[in-house]
Design a protein around this ligand. Structure first.
Ligand code: NCD
Length: 320
């Protein structure tokens, strides 16, 4: 990018829940809800993003997130392509910077990034003229997951305001937990994180949640949100054994109270953090979450491309 180029017009990204305020979240959830209506029709495609290009750049494995971003772009009539690190020139040692600059040469409107390093989506946003959406960066943030979880709760419970969510499991390695705690705070809901002391990061309360090391703390929640043991991010043993973890924190039918709903971002390790009888019970909203992923990612693509950014000084005034 040459120095002489005039400054690009401000672009909206979705990099972190911390960049959003309550109105942003509610606007995207409302858009998702109205888009859900369009998916009930026989012809599911909308012309909204015709002529736009969405590139998915995925440096980590993904099933739900990649599939739903791809389908979301297609349902809005955008052109879309996905590049996974395996099988691309990333395999040959091409850096994120060079890969981003290469893709930018095709002038995509949106680049969706998943990467094991914290801050990778910010780097792509700096290097290219595209709107960037974070699809998960290391253990930092996964904002679209938080939005789809709020959408799922709103559909299932009829509200998000005042809802109490117990997030159980490997909080330490979870970008889902960090994003969700912040998003719940924005909409007037409340989170308690629950897990063994080795898997609950010190200071997480500063994000606006309570902490408990006892599984009994889930009893008072409306939603039990179960997290996977993310062994690919563990460099040492954080629990004596998976069997012991399951005995102490596994979500079994005995631990789910009548009226509670159970969520899990996937992929589930059945028999480890969640008992198959819970995963397959009517209380489980896991499939609803997957379905929500499509409409919420449609709403996010629409939002970053069409809603004008609010300058920081105006936003600061509105918040004050
Ligand atoms: C999560 C992720 O990748 O952070 N999965 C997802 O996006 N559906 C959670 C996980 O991997 O456990």
């Amino acid at each position: 990018m040459s120095e002489s180029r005039p400054p690009a017009s401000p672009r909206r990204h979705l990099l972190s829940v911390a960049d959003l305020d309550r109105r942003d979240v509610e606007r995207m959830l409302d858009t998702a809800q109205s888009l859900a209506g369009s998916l009930d029709r026989e012809v599911k495609k909308l012309p909204t993003l015709r002529g736009r290009t969405v590139v998915n750049l995925f440096y980590e494995s993904s099933t739900r997130t990649l599939a739903s971003f791809e389908l979301a772009a297609k349902r809005l009539s955008a052109d879309t392509m996905s590049l996974r690190s395996a099988g691309s020139s990333v395999d040959k040692g091409e850096s994120l910077k060079d890969t981003a600059l290469t893709l930018a040469a095709y002038e995509p409107d949106v680049i969706v990034v998943r990467h094991p390093s914290i801050g990778a989506p910010q780097l792509v946003a700096r290097l290219t003229d595209a709107h960037v959406v974070n699809a998960g960066d290391g253990k930092h943030q996964h904002p679209t997951q938080a939005l789809l979880d709020l959408h799922t709760m709103r559909q299932a419970l009829g509200r998000v305001d005042g809802v109490h969510v117990a997030i159980v499991g490997d909080i330490l390695h979870s970008r889902v937990a960090r994003s969700l705690v912040q998003a719940l705070g924005l909409v007037g809901a409340h989170a308690t994180v629950v897990g063994p002391p080795t898997l609950v990061p010190r200071g997480i309360e500063s994000l606006g949640c309570d902490v408990s090391y006892e599984v009994d703390a889930i009893a008072g929640a409306d939603v039990i949100y179960v997290l996977r043991m993310q062994q690919e991010r563990m460099s040492e043993a954080f629990v004596p054994s998976l069997r012991e973890y399951t005995a102490l924190y596994g979500i079994t039918p005995e631990r789910v109270r009548k009226g509670q709903v159970v969520m899990h971002p996937g992929p589930m390790n059945r028999g480890v953090e969640i008992d198959p009888r819970v995963a397959d019970s009517p209380a489980a909203l896991v499939t609803d979450q997957v379905r929500a992923g499509l409409v919420v990612r449609m709403a996010v693509l629409y939002d970053v491309l069409t809603v004008a950014p609010v300058p920081d000084h105006v936003r600061a005034r509105a918040v004050a």
